[in-house]
Design a protein around this ligand. Sequence first.
Ligand code: CTP
Ligand code: MG
Length: 572
Amino acid sequence: ILLNRCHYALAIQHYSSSIRPPIPPFSPSSINKSSNVTQTFDTMLDFRRQQARRTVLIHLGRSHSESELYKLCSRIGQITNMTLYTANKKECALLEFSNEQSVNNLLKITSHFTNENRLPCASRNLYFSSQQTGTRLKYHPIGREVQQPDDSIIDKSLNDIRNVSDQIRFFWQKTKLTELDTRLRFFVSSLVEEAFGSIFVDTVCLPFGSSVNTFGKSRCDLDMLLTFEDFREKNIKRDGKIPQLRFLTKRSYLNDRFQAQAYLKILADTLKHFMAECTNVQIILPARVPIVRFQHRLSDLQCDVSMSEFKSSYYMSKLLWNLSSIDNRVAPLVFAIRRWAREASITQSTPGPWFSNFQMTLLVLFYLQSIEILPKLNYINEQPTTTSPQDILAANVLGDLSDDTILMNELENIRYVQSNKTNNSSLAILLKGFFTFYENYDFQSLLITLLNRKNMSKSSLIQTGKDKDWPIYLENPLVPSMNASKNLVESEGERFRETCKKASEILSHSSKNLLSLFEECHQILPDDLIARAYPAPISIMPDLETDINQDELTTINDIQQDQVFHNTHQQH
Ligand code: CTP
Ligand code: MG
Protein backbone atom coordinates (compact mmCIF):
# COMPACT_ATOMS: atom_id res chain seq x y z
CA ILE A 1 0.00 0.00 0.00
CA LEU A 2 2.84 2.35 0.92
CA LEU A 3 4.64 1.71 -2.33
CA ASN A 4 1.48 2.36 -4.23
CA ARG A 5 0.96 5.60 -2.38
CA CYS A 6 4.51 6.70 -3.13
CA HIS A 7 4.03 5.91 -6.76
CA TYR A 8 0.79 7.82 -6.77
CA ALA A 9 2.29 10.82 -5.01
CA LEU A 10 5.09 10.87 -7.55
CA ALA A 11 2.62 10.69 -10.36
CA ILE A 12 0.70 13.62 -9.00
CA GLN A 13 3.89 15.58 -8.49
CA HIS A 14 4.93 14.87 -12.03
CA TYR A 15 1.41 15.70 -13.09
CA SER A 16 1.43 19.09 -11.36
CA SER A 17 4.60 20.15 -13.02
CA SER A 18 4.04 18.66 -16.42
CA ILE A 19 0.46 19.45 -17.19
CA ARG A 20 0.96 23.15 -17.19
CA PRO A 21 0.91 24.10 -20.85
CA PRO A 22 4.53 24.64 -21.88
CA ILE A 23 5.53 27.93 -23.38
CA PRO A 24 4.23 27.74 -26.94
CA PRO A 25 7.17 26.75 -29.08
CA PHE A 26 6.10 29.01 -31.91
CA SER A 27 4.87 32.48 -31.40
CA PRO A 28 5.74 34.44 -34.50
CA SER A 29 4.20 37.63 -33.21
CA SER A 30 6.64 37.72 -30.33
CA ILE A 31 9.61 37.50 -32.65
CA ASN A 32 11.11 40.87 -33.34
CA LYS A 33 13.51 41.91 -36.01
CA SER A 34 16.63 41.30 -33.98
CA SER A 35 15.76 37.76 -32.91
CA ASN A 36 17.44 34.80 -34.48
CA VAL A 37 14.55 33.43 -36.47
CA THR A 38 14.94 29.76 -37.20
CA GLN A 39 11.37 28.55 -37.26
CA THR A 40 9.52 28.68 -40.50
CA PHE A 41 5.84 28.30 -41.31
CA ASP A 42 6.50 24.74 -42.45
CA THR A 43 8.50 23.71 -39.39
CA MET A 44 5.68 25.12 -37.27
CA LEU A 45 3.12 23.10 -39.25
CA ASP A 46 5.21 19.93 -39.03
CA PHE A 47 5.82 20.31 -35.31
CA ARG A 48 2.13 20.90 -34.58
CA ARG A 49 1.03 18.02 -36.80
CA GLN A 50 3.38 15.60 -35.07
CA GLN A 51 2.26 16.88 -31.70
CA ALA A 52 -1.36 16.31 -32.71
CA ARG A 53 -0.66 12.70 -33.68
CA ARG A 54 0.77 12.07 -30.20
CA THR A 55 -2.39 13.46 -28.63
CA VAL A 56 -5.72 12.04 -27.48
CA LEU A 57 -8.82 13.94 -26.43
CA ILE A 58 -10.69 12.53 -23.48
CA HIS A 59 -14.15 13.38 -22.20
CA LEU A 60 -14.15 12.90 -18.43
CA GLY A 61 -17.39 11.24 -17.43
CA ARG A 62 -16.98 12.62 -13.96
CA SER A 63 -15.52 15.92 -12.75
CA HIS A 64 -12.27 15.86 -10.84
CA SER A 65 -11.27 12.48 -12.19
CA GLU A 66 -8.27 13.88 -14.04
CA SER A 67 -5.73 12.60 -11.50
CA GLU A 68 -7.07 9.11 -11.94
CA LEU A 69 -6.94 9.50 -15.70
CA TYR A 70 -3.42 10.83 -15.53
CA LYS A 71 -2.34 7.89 -13.40
CA LEU A 72 -3.81 5.43 -15.88
CA CYS A 73 -2.27 7.10 -18.92
CA SER A 74 1.14 7.58 -17.37
CA ARG A 75 1.35 3.80 -17.00
CA ILE A 76 1.09 3.61 -20.78
CA GLY A 77 3.70 6.18 -21.68
CA GLN A 78 5.32 9.44 -20.75
CA ILE A 79 2.85 12.32 -20.74
CA THR A 80 4.26 15.58 -22.06
CA ASN A 81 1.23 17.75 -21.55
CA MET A 82 -2.28 17.46 -20.20
CA THR A 83 -4.66 20.39 -20.42
CA LEU A 84 -8.13 20.41 -18.94
CA TYR A 85 -10.97 22.51 -20.24
CA THR A 86 -14.73 22.55 -20.53
CA ALA A 87 -16.55 22.44 -23.87
CA ASN A 88 -20.32 22.22 -24.22
CA LYS A 89 -20.50 21.60 -20.46
CA LYS A 90 -18.22 18.60 -20.79
CA GLU A 91 -15.00 18.20 -18.86
CA CYS A 92 -12.25 17.35 -21.31
CA ALA A 93 -8.56 16.59 -21.18
CA LEU A 94 -6.24 17.02 -24.14
CA LEU A 95 -3.37 14.71 -23.40
CA GLU A 96 -0.10 14.60 -25.29
CA PHE A 97 2.31 11.68 -25.03
CA SER A 98 6.00 11.97 -25.77
CA ASN A 99 5.68 9.46 -28.60
CA GLU A 100 3.08 8.13 -31.00
CA GLN A 101 3.53 4.53 -29.93
CA SER A 102 2.05 5.39 -26.52
CA VAL A 103 -1.13 6.54 -28.26
CA ASN A 104 -1.33 3.20 -30.06
CA ASN A 105 -0.74 1.37 -26.80
CA LEU A 106 -3.46 3.39 -25.12
CA LEU A 107 -5.89 2.63 -27.94
CA LYS A 108 -5.11 -1.08 -27.52
CA ILE A 109 -6.39 -1.04 -23.96
CA THR A 110 -9.39 1.11 -24.93
CA SER A 111 -12.63 -0.61 -25.88
CA HIS A 112 -16.06 0.46 -27.06
CA PHE A 113 -19.11 0.42 -24.88
CA THR A 114 -20.69 -2.97 -24.77
CA ASN A 115 -23.93 -1.98 -23.10
CA GLU A 116 -25.14 0.39 -25.79
CA ASN A 117 -25.82 0.20 -29.49
CA ARG A 118 -22.63 1.77 -30.70
CA LEU A 119 -20.68 1.36 -33.91
CA PRO A 120 -17.31 -0.31 -33.40
CA CYS A 121 -15.24 2.66 -34.63
CA ALA A 122 -12.00 3.64 -32.98
CA SER A 123 -10.68 7.19 -32.91
CA ARG A 124 -8.64 9.38 -30.60
CA ASN A 125 -11.86 10.87 -29.17
CA LEU A 126 -12.09 8.93 -25.91
CA TYR A 127 -14.33 8.70 -22.88
CA PHE A 128 -13.05 8.09 -19.35
CA SER A 129 -15.28 6.70 -16.66
CA SER A 130 -13.87 7.01 -13.19
CA GLN A 131 -13.79 3.94 -10.98
CA GLN A 132 -13.39 5.97 -7.82
CA THR A 133 -16.30 5.63 -5.49
CA GLY A 134 -17.26 7.82 -2.57
CA THR A 135 -15.42 11.07 -2.11
CA ARG A 136 -14.03 12.82 -5.11
CA LEU A 137 -10.34 13.35 -5.53
CA LYS A 138 -9.39 16.51 -3.78
CA TYR A 139 -6.60 17.50 -6.15
CA HIS A 140 -7.27 20.67 -8.01
CA PRO A 141 -7.23 20.60 -11.78
CA ILE A 142 -3.91 22.37 -12.04
CA GLY A 143 -3.62 22.26 -15.80
CA ARG A 144 -6.99 23.84 -16.47
CA GLU A 145 -7.01 26.14 -19.43
CA VAL A 146 -8.52 29.50 -18.67
CA GLN A 147 -10.62 30.39 -21.66
CA GLN A 148 -10.19 33.75 -23.30
CA PRO A 149 -12.67 36.16 -21.69
CA ASP A 150 -15.63 37.68 -23.52
CA ASP A 151 -15.26 41.06 -25.15
CA SER A 152 -17.27 42.75 -22.39
CA ILE A 153 -14.82 41.54 -19.73
CA ILE A 154 -11.83 42.54 -21.84
CA ASP A 155 -13.35 45.97 -22.38
CA LYS A 156 -13.66 46.49 -18.63
CA SER A 157 -9.97 45.75 -18.23
CA LEU A 158 -9.12 48.00 -21.16
CA ASN A 159 -10.66 50.85 -19.21
CA ASP A 160 -7.90 50.55 -16.64
CA ILE A 161 -5.14 50.89 -19.21
CA ARG A 162 -4.33 54.48 -20.09
CA ASN A 163 -2.03 54.10 -23.05
CA VAL A 164 -3.61 53.19 -26.44
CA SER A 165 -0.59 51.14 -27.53
CA ASP A 166 -0.77 49.10 -24.31
CA GLN A 167 -4.52 48.70 -24.83
CA ILE A 168 -3.95 47.31 -28.33
CA ARG A 169 -1.35 44.84 -27.11
CA PHE A 170 -3.55 43.79 -24.18
CA PHE A 171 -6.53 43.32 -26.49
CA TRP A 172 -4.45 41.12 -28.80
CA GLN A 173 -3.07 39.07 -25.88
CA LYS A 174 -6.58 38.43 -24.56
CA THR A 175 -8.24 37.55 -27.84
CA LYS A 176 -5.67 35.64 -29.90
CA LEU A 177 -5.70 31.87 -30.11
CA THR A 178 -4.40 30.22 -26.96
CA GLU A 179 -2.00 27.31 -26.84
CA LEU A 180 -4.96 24.99 -26.26
CA ASP A 181 -6.88 26.51 -29.19
CA THR A 182 -3.96 25.77 -31.49
CA ARG A 183 -3.48 22.25 -30.17
CA LEU A 184 -7.18 21.47 -30.61
CA ARG A 185 -7.19 22.79 -34.17
CA PHE A 186 -4.28 20.57 -35.19
CA PHE A 187 -5.82 17.69 -33.27
CA VAL A 188 -9.13 17.92 -35.18
CA SER A 189 -7.21 18.18 -38.48
CA SER A 190 -5.30 15.04 -37.57
CA LEU A 191 -8.59 13.25 -36.83
CA VAL A 192 -9.91 14.14 -40.28
CA GLU A 193 -6.60 13.04 -41.80
CA GLU A 194 -6.80 9.73 -39.97
CA ALA A 195 -10.44 9.09 -40.83
CA PHE A 196 -9.93 9.77 -44.51
CA GLY A 197 -6.50 8.15 -44.50
CA SER A 198 -8.09 4.88 -43.47
CA ILE A 199 -9.52 4.72 -47.01
CA PHE A 200 -7.14 6.74 -49.16
CA VAL A 201 -3.37 6.53 -48.85
CA ASP A 202 -1.15 9.58 -48.32
CA THR A 203 -3.99 11.72 -47.02
CA VAL A 204 -2.86 15.05 -45.59
CA CYS A 205 -5.15 17.49 -43.80
CA LEU A 206 -3.65 20.91 -43.12
CA PRO A 207 -5.29 23.72 -41.17
CA PHE A 208 -5.11 27.07 -42.96
CA GLY A 209 -6.51 30.59 -42.65
CA SER A 210 -6.81 32.29 -39.29
CA SER A 211 -6.10 29.05 -37.38
CA VAL A 212 -2.46 29.21 -38.46
CA ASN A 213 -1.65 32.61 -39.98
CA THR A 214 -1.26 34.37 -36.55
CA PHE A 215 -4.43 36.43 -37.07
CA GLY A 216 -6.78 33.90 -35.45
CA LYS A 217 -9.13 35.04 -32.74
CA SER A 218 -10.19 32.58 -30.09
CA ARG A 219 -13.27 30.69 -31.31
CA CYS A 220 -12.73 31.51 -34.98
CA ASP A 221 -13.63 28.76 -37.46
CA LEU A 222 -11.21 26.00 -38.45
CA ASP A 223 -10.44 25.89 -42.18
CA MET A 224 -8.77 22.72 -43.42
CA LEU A 225 -7.27 21.65 -46.73
CA LEU A 226 -7.48 17.98 -47.65
CA THR A 227 -5.00 16.61 -50.12
CA PHE A 228 -3.31 13.32 -51.00
CA GLU A 229 0.38 13.81 -50.64
CA ASP A 230 2.45 16.28 -48.80
CA PHE A 231 2.64 18.60 -51.79
CA ARG A 232 5.15 20.71 -49.88
CA GLU A 233 7.65 17.91 -50.46
CA LYS A 234 6.70 17.70 -54.09
CA ASN A 235 10.10 18.84 -55.27
CA ILE A 236 11.89 15.93 -53.64
CA LYS A 237 12.78 13.75 -56.57
CA ARG A 238 11.56 10.19 -56.63
CA ASP A 239 13.90 7.71 -58.24
CA GLY A 240 11.60 7.49 -61.28
CA LYS A 241 11.45 3.70 -61.39
CA ILE A 242 8.07 2.03 -61.80
CA PRO A 243 7.62 -0.38 -58.91
CA GLN A 244 7.15 -4.01 -59.85
CA LEU A 245 4.34 -4.61 -57.44
CA ARG A 246 1.49 -2.13 -57.37
CA PHE A 247 -1.99 -1.90 -55.90
CA LEU A 248 -4.88 -2.53 -58.22
CA THR A 249 -6.93 0.63 -57.90
CA LYS A 250 -10.10 2.17 -59.24
CA ARG A 251 -10.04 4.85 -61.88
CA SER A 252 -10.58 8.42 -60.76
CA TYR A 253 -12.92 10.82 -62.54
CA LEU A 254 -11.21 12.80 -65.25
CA ASN A 255 -12.78 16.01 -64.07
CA ASP A 256 -10.88 17.25 -61.00
CA ARG A 257 -13.78 19.21 -59.65
CA PHE A 258 -16.07 16.25 -59.94
CA GLN A 259 -13.46 14.02 -58.29
CA ALA A 260 -13.11 16.51 -55.42
CA GLN A 261 -16.88 16.42 -54.96
CA ALA A 262 -16.85 12.64 -54.90
CA TYR A 263 -14.09 12.61 -52.27
CA LEU A 264 -15.85 15.18 -50.14
CA LYS A 265 -19.04 13.18 -50.25
CA ILE A 266 -17.14 10.17 -48.91
CA LEU A 267 -15.57 12.35 -46.23
CA ALA A 268 -18.95 13.75 -45.25
CA ASP A 269 -20.42 10.25 -45.02
CA THR A 270 -17.46 9.03 -42.98
CA LEU A 271 -17.67 11.93 -40.55
CA LYS A 272 -21.43 11.80 -40.30
CA HIS A 273 -21.84 8.08 -39.81
CA PHE A 274 -18.62 6.87 -38.23
CA MET A 275 -16.64 9.64 -36.60
CA ALA A 276 -17.49 10.23 -32.94
CA GLU A 277 -18.07 13.83 -31.86
CA CYS A 278 -18.47 15.15 -35.44
CA THR A 279 -22.00 16.50 -35.72
CA ASN A 280 -24.09 18.72 -38.04
CA VAL A 281 -22.18 17.46 -41.04
CA GLN A 282 -23.11 19.39 -44.15
CA ILE A 283 -21.74 19.01 -47.61
CA ILE A 284 -21.80 22.04 -49.83
CA LEU A 285 -20.81 20.70 -53.22
CA PRO A 286 -21.91 23.29 -55.74
CA ALA A 287 -19.90 26.12 -54.20
CA ARG A 288 -16.96 27.42 -56.23
CA VAL A 289 -14.76 25.50 -53.84
CA PRO A 290 -16.86 22.62 -52.48
CA ILE A 291 -16.61 22.07 -48.74
CA VAL A 292 -17.66 19.74 -45.96
CA ARG A 293 -18.75 21.63 -42.87
CA PHE A 294 -19.15 20.09 -39.42
CA GLN A 295 -18.99 20.74 -35.72
CA HIS A 296 -16.50 18.90 -33.56
CA ARG A 297 -18.26 18.76 -30.21
CA LEU A 298 -15.44 18.10 -27.77
CA SER A 299 -13.40 21.00 -29.10
CA ASP A 300 -16.46 23.10 -29.91
CA LEU A 301 -14.97 23.95 -33.28
CA GLN A 302 -16.87 24.85 -36.42
CA CYS A 303 -14.89 23.21 -39.23
CA ASP A 304 -14.73 23.58 -43.01
CA VAL A 305 -12.79 21.07 -45.12
CA SER A 306 -12.00 21.92 -48.73
CA MET A 307 -10.00 20.22 -51.46
CA SER A 308 -8.63 22.91 -53.70
CA GLU A 309 -6.11 21.36 -56.04
CA PHE A 310 -3.93 24.46 -56.33
CA LYS A 311 -3.45 24.78 -52.55
CA SER A 312 -3.51 28.57 -52.70
CA SER A 313 -5.02 28.61 -49.23
CA TYR A 314 -1.85 27.02 -47.86
CA TYR A 315 0.41 29.50 -49.68
CA MET A 316 -1.73 32.44 -48.59
CA SER A 317 -1.47 31.35 -44.95
CA LYS A 318 2.27 31.02 -45.34
CA LEU A 319 2.52 34.51 -46.81
CA LEU A 320 0.47 36.07 -43.99
CA TRP A 321 2.41 34.14 -41.32
CA ASN A 322 5.71 35.32 -42.80
CA LEU A 323 4.62 38.95 -42.99
CA SER A 324 3.35 38.82 -39.44
CA SER A 325 6.62 37.37 -38.17
CA ILE A 326 8.61 40.30 -39.55
CA ASP A 327 7.40 42.74 -36.94
CA ASN A 328 5.68 42.18 -33.61
CA ARG A 329 3.29 45.10 -34.17
CA VAL A 330 1.56 43.49 -37.14
CA ALA A 331 -0.74 41.03 -35.36
CA PRO A 332 -1.85 43.37 -32.51
CA LEU A 333 -2.69 46.06 -35.06
CA VAL A 334 -4.68 43.61 -37.21
CA PHE A 335 -6.64 42.49 -34.13
CA ALA A 336 -7.53 46.04 -33.09
CA ILE A 337 -8.60 47.01 -36.60
CA ARG A 338 -10.65 43.85 -37.09
CA ARG A 339 -12.50 44.56 -33.82
CA TRP A 340 -13.11 48.16 -34.87
CA ALA A 341 -14.39 46.94 -38.25
CA ARG A 342 -16.77 44.52 -36.54
CA GLU A 343 -18.10 47.23 -34.22
CA ALA A 344 -18.68 49.52 -37.19
CA SER A 345 -20.36 46.72 -39.18
CA ILE A 346 -17.66 47.12 -41.82
CA THR A 347 -17.23 43.34 -41.48
CA GLN A 348 -19.93 40.81 -40.65
CA SER A 349 -19.85 37.24 -39.43
CA THR A 350 -21.90 36.18 -42.46
CA PRO A 351 -20.77 36.70 -46.05
CA GLY A 352 -22.17 39.46 -48.23
CA PRO A 353 -21.14 42.51 -50.26
CA TRP A 354 -19.08 43.84 -47.35
CA PHE A 355 -15.49 43.39 -46.16
CA SER A 356 -14.33 40.07 -44.72
CA ASN A 357 -11.73 39.67 -41.99
CA PHE A 358 -9.31 38.40 -44.59
CA GLN A 359 -9.76 41.50 -46.74
CA MET A 360 -9.39 43.71 -43.69
CA THR A 361 -6.05 41.98 -42.97
CA LEU A 362 -4.84 42.69 -46.51
CA LEU A 363 -5.74 46.35 -46.02
CA VAL A 364 -3.64 46.52 -42.84
CA LEU A 365 -0.69 44.78 -44.51
CA PHE A 366 -0.87 47.14 -47.48
CA TYR A 367 -0.85 50.13 -45.14
CA LEU A 368 2.17 48.74 -43.23
CA GLN A 369 3.98 48.28 -46.54
CA SER A 370 3.22 51.87 -47.49
CA ILE A 371 5.07 53.10 -44.39
CA GLU A 372 7.86 50.58 -44.95
CA ILE A 373 7.29 48.49 -41.87
CA LEU A 374 6.67 45.54 -44.16
CA PRO A 375 8.38 44.78 -47.47
CA LYS A 376 6.57 44.52 -50.78
CA LEU A 377 6.40 41.26 -52.69
CA ASN A 378 8.81 41.45 -55.58
CA TYR A 379 8.19 38.35 -57.56
CA ILE A 380 6.25 39.82 -60.45
CA ASN A 381 7.72 41.19 -63.60
CA GLU A 382 5.59 44.22 -64.23
CA GLN A 383 5.47 44.10 -67.99
CA PRO A 384 2.45 45.33 -69.88
CA THR A 385 0.74 42.30 -71.26
CA THR A 386 -2.12 41.60 -73.53
CA THR A 387 -3.07 38.47 -71.67
CA SER A 388 -6.70 38.37 -70.68
CA PRO A 389 -7.70 37.83 -67.05
CA GLN A 390 -9.13 34.51 -68.14
CA ASP A 391 -5.72 33.41 -69.39
CA ILE A 392 -4.07 34.60 -66.22
CA LEU A 393 -6.64 32.69 -64.26
CA ALA A 394 -5.90 29.59 -66.26
CA ALA A 395 -2.15 30.04 -65.90
CA ASN A 396 -2.09 30.86 -62.21
CA VAL A 397 -5.14 29.58 -60.47
CA LEU A 398 -5.80 26.48 -62.43
CA GLY A 399 -2.12 25.78 -62.77
CA ASP A 400 0.00 24.71 -59.88
CA LEU A 401 1.18 27.59 -57.76
CA SER A 402 4.07 25.53 -56.43
CA ASP A 403 5.54 25.40 -59.94
CA ASP A 404 6.22 29.11 -59.78
CA THR A 405 9.79 29.05 -58.45
CA ILE A 406 10.11 32.83 -58.13
CA LEU A 407 6.94 33.07 -56.11
CA MET A 408 8.01 30.14 -53.94
CA ASN A 409 11.40 31.76 -53.21
CA GLU A 410 9.69 35.01 -52.39
CA LEU A 411 7.35 33.27 -49.96
CA GLU A 412 10.31 31.57 -48.28
CA ASN A 413 12.48 34.65 -48.04
CA ILE A 414 10.19 37.61 -47.54
CA ARG A 415 10.47 37.46 -43.78
CA TYR A 416 14.22 37.96 -43.96
CA VAL A 417 13.90 41.12 -46.02
CA GLN A 418 14.73 44.15 -43.94
CA SER A 419 13.19 47.45 -44.86
CA ASN A 420 15.66 50.26 -45.48
CA LYS A 421 14.15 52.76 -43.14
CA THR A 422 13.40 52.09 -39.53
CA ASN A 423 9.90 52.97 -38.55
CA ASN A 424 9.57 52.73 -34.79
CA SER A 425 6.07 54.20 -34.53
CA SER A 426 4.03 53.03 -31.61
CA LEU A 427 0.91 50.93 -32.09
CA ALA A 428 -1.23 53.96 -31.23
CA ILE A 429 0.39 55.96 -34.02
CA LEU A 430 0.01 53.08 -36.46
CA LEU A 431 -3.67 52.72 -35.60
CA LYS A 432 -4.33 56.39 -36.23
CA GLY A 433 -2.12 56.21 -39.33
CA PHE A 434 -4.26 53.39 -40.75
CA PHE A 435 -7.38 55.53 -40.51
CA THR A 436 -5.81 58.65 -42.03
CA PHE A 437 -4.32 56.53 -44.80
CA TYR A 438 -7.67 55.09 -45.85
CA GLU A 439 -9.91 58.10 -45.23
CA ASN A 440 -8.24 59.63 -48.26
CA TYR A 441 -7.69 56.52 -50.32
CA ASP A 442 -8.88 56.80 -53.87
CA PHE A 443 -10.50 53.38 -54.31
CA GLN A 444 -11.97 54.48 -57.61
CA SER A 445 -8.70 54.73 -59.45
CA LEU A 446 -6.11 52.99 -57.27
CA LEU A 447 -5.64 49.37 -56.37
CA ILE A 448 -4.57 47.85 -53.10
CA THR A 449 -1.77 45.39 -53.64
CA LEU A 450 0.97 43.69 -51.66
CA LEU A 451 3.04 43.44 -54.84
CA ASN A 452 5.73 45.90 -55.76
CA ARG A 453 3.94 47.70 -58.60
CA LYS A 454 5.17 50.98 -59.98
CA ASN A 455 1.83 51.75 -61.45
CA MET A 456 -0.88 51.55 -58.84
CA SER A 457 -3.76 52.59 -61.03
CA LYS A 458 -6.57 50.12 -61.50
CA SER A 459 -6.59 50.83 -65.20
CA SER A 460 -3.00 49.60 -65.49
CA LEU A 461 -4.27 46.10 -64.92
CA ILE A 462 -5.53 44.24 -67.88
CA GLN A 463 -9.12 45.13 -68.44
CA THR A 464 -10.93 43.35 -71.19
CA GLY A 465 -14.50 43.95 -72.23
CA LYS A 466 -15.49 40.99 -70.10
CA ASP A 467 -13.77 42.10 -66.95
CA LYS A 468 -15.57 44.59 -64.76
CA ASP A 469 -14.23 47.79 -63.36
CA TRP A 470 -14.59 46.62 -59.78
CA PRO A 471 -15.39 49.38 -57.26
CA ILE A 472 -12.56 48.19 -55.01
CA TYR A 473 -9.59 46.26 -56.27
CA LEU A 474 -7.71 44.26 -53.66
CA GLU A 475 -5.21 42.33 -55.70
CA ASN A 476 -4.71 38.69 -54.77
CA PRO A 477 -0.97 38.66 -53.99
CA LEU A 478 -0.57 35.08 -55.20
CA VAL A 479 -2.46 35.50 -58.42
CA PRO A 480 -1.53 38.85 -59.93
CA SER A 481 -4.36 40.78 -61.51
CA MET A 482 -7.03 38.85 -59.72
CA ASN A 483 -9.35 40.82 -57.54
CA ALA A 484 -9.83 39.32 -54.07
CA SER A 485 -12.64 41.76 -53.31
CA LYS A 486 -15.14 41.11 -56.08
CA ASN A 487 -17.91 40.88 -53.54
CA LEU A 488 -17.57 44.51 -52.43
CA VAL A 489 -20.03 47.15 -53.57
CA GLU A 490 -19.07 50.78 -54.08
CA SER A 491 -21.12 52.07 -51.15
CA GLU A 492 -19.13 49.84 -48.79
CA GLY A 493 -15.89 51.42 -49.92
CA GLU A 494 -17.42 54.81 -49.24
CA ARG A 495 -18.76 53.74 -45.84
CA PHE A 496 -15.33 52.33 -44.96
CA ARG A 497 -13.65 55.63 -45.84
CA GLU A 498 -16.18 57.68 -43.87
CA THR A 499 -15.81 55.45 -40.83
CA CYS A 500 -12.02 55.75 -41.11
CA LYS A 501 -12.43 59.53 -41.12
CA LYS A 502 -14.56 59.39 -38.03
CA ALA A 503 -12.09 57.03 -36.31
CA SER A 504 -9.19 59.30 -37.14
CA GLU A 505 -11.05 62.29 -35.63
CA ILE A 506 -11.84 60.34 -32.47
CA LEU A 507 -8.20 59.36 -32.03
CA SER A 508 -7.10 63.00 -32.50
CA HIS A 509 -8.51 63.78 -29.06
CA SER A 510 -6.01 62.94 -26.36
CA SER A 511 -8.83 61.95 -24.00
CA LYS A 512 -10.02 59.19 -26.36
CA ASN A 513 -8.74 55.66 -26.38
CA LEU A 514 -9.37 52.25 -27.96
CA LEU A 515 -12.66 51.81 -26.15
CA SER A 516 -13.97 55.20 -27.24
CA LEU A 517 -13.03 54.19 -30.77
CA PHE A 518 -15.06 50.97 -30.57
CA GLU A 519 -18.02 52.66 -28.90
CA GLU A 520 -18.22 55.78 -30.99
CA CYS A 521 -17.76 54.01 -34.33
CA HIS A 522 -20.41 51.48 -33.47
CA GLN A 523 -23.09 51.27 -36.16
CA ILE A 524 -25.43 48.70 -37.56
CA LEU A 525 -25.47 47.49 -41.12
CA PRO A 526 -27.59 49.69 -43.41
CA ASP A 527 -30.97 48.14 -44.23
CA ASP A 528 -30.40 48.00 -47.97
CA LEU A 529 -27.31 45.89 -47.38
CA ILE A 530 -28.92 43.48 -44.93
CA ALA A 531 -31.20 42.46 -47.77
CA ARG A 532 -28.16 41.71 -49.91
CA ALA A 533 -26.59 39.14 -47.61
CA TYR A 534 -25.66 35.99 -49.49
CA PRO A 535 -28.11 33.13 -49.08
CA ALA A 536 -27.19 30.41 -46.63
CA PRO A 537 -25.16 27.74 -48.38
CA ILE A 538 -27.16 24.85 -49.73
CA SER A 539 -26.13 21.70 -48.00
CA ILE A 540 -26.57 18.23 -49.29
CA MET A 541 -26.21 15.48 -46.78
CA PRO A 542 -27.99 12.32 -47.79
CA ASP A 543 -29.52 10.09 -45.17
CA LEU A 544 -28.16 6.66 -44.58
CA GLU A 545 -30.78 5.15 -46.86
CA THR A 546 -30.43 7.44 -49.84
CA ASP A 547 -27.35 7.92 -51.89
CA ILE A 548 -26.48 10.58 -54.42
CA ASN A 549 -25.39 9.15 -57.73
CA GLN A 550 -23.37 10.87 -60.40
CA ASP A 551 -26.37 12.08 -62.39
CA GLU A 552 -27.99 13.64 -59.39
CA LEU A 553 -24.78 15.45 -58.48
CA THR A 554 -24.49 16.90 -61.95
CA THR A 555 -28.08 18.09 -61.88
CA ILE A 556 -27.64 19.71 -58.49
CA ASN A 557 -24.54 21.45 -59.77
CA ASP A 558 -26.24 22.83 -62.83
CA ILE A 559 -29.22 24.15 -60.97
CA GLN A 560 -27.46 25.60 -57.98
CA GLN A 561 -24.15 26.72 -59.34
CA ASP A 562 -25.16 30.32 -59.93
CA GLN A 563 -27.04 30.71 -56.72
CA VAL A 564 -24.29 29.29 -54.59
CA PHE A 565 -21.47 31.05 -56.36
CA HIS A 566 -22.29 34.13 -54.37
CA ASN A 567 -22.36 32.48 -51.01
CA THR A 568 -19.69 32.22 -48.42
CA HIS A 569 -17.48 29.96 -50.48
CA GLN A 570 -16.85 32.63 -53.01
CA GLN A 571 -14.16 33.73 -50.61
CA HIS A 572 -12.46 30.41 -50.57
N1 CTP B 1 -8.58 33.09 -48.80
C1 CTP B 1 -7.98 33.47 -49.98
N2 CTP B 1 -8.62 34.31 -50.86
C2 CTP B 1 -9.85 34.78 -50.56
C3 CTP B 1 -10.47 34.41 -49.34
C4 CTP B 1 -9.80 33.57 -48.48
O1 CTP B 1 -6.85 33.04 -50.24
N3 CTP B 1 -10.45 35.61 -51.42
C5 CTP B 1 -7.84 32.19 -47.89
C6 CTP B 1 -7.00 33.00 -46.91
O2 CTP B 1 -5.80 32.30 -46.67
C7 CTP B 1 -7.86 33.03 -45.68
C8 CTP B 1 -8.47 31.63 -45.75
O3 CTP B 1 -8.73 31.42 -47.13
O4 CTP B 1 -7.09 33.26 -44.53
C9 CTP B 1 -9.72 31.39 -44.95
O5 CTP B 1 -10.74 32.31 -45.29
P1 CTP B 1 -11.71 32.88 -44.20
O6 CTP B 1 -12.15 31.78 -43.28
O7 CTP B 1 -12.74 33.67 -44.88
O8 CTP B 1 -10.80 33.93 -43.44
P2 CTP B 1 -9.84 33.76 -42.20
O9 CTP B 1 -8.54 34.43 -42.57
O10 CTP B 1 -9.75 32.35 -41.76
O11 CTP B 1 -10.53 34.69 -41.12
P3 CTP B 1 -11.73 34.33 -40.09
O12 CTP B 1 -11.12 34.50 -38.75
O13 CTP B 1 -12.78 35.35 -40.38
O14 CTP B 1 -12.19 32.93 -40.37
MG1 MG C 1 -11.47 31.16 -41.33
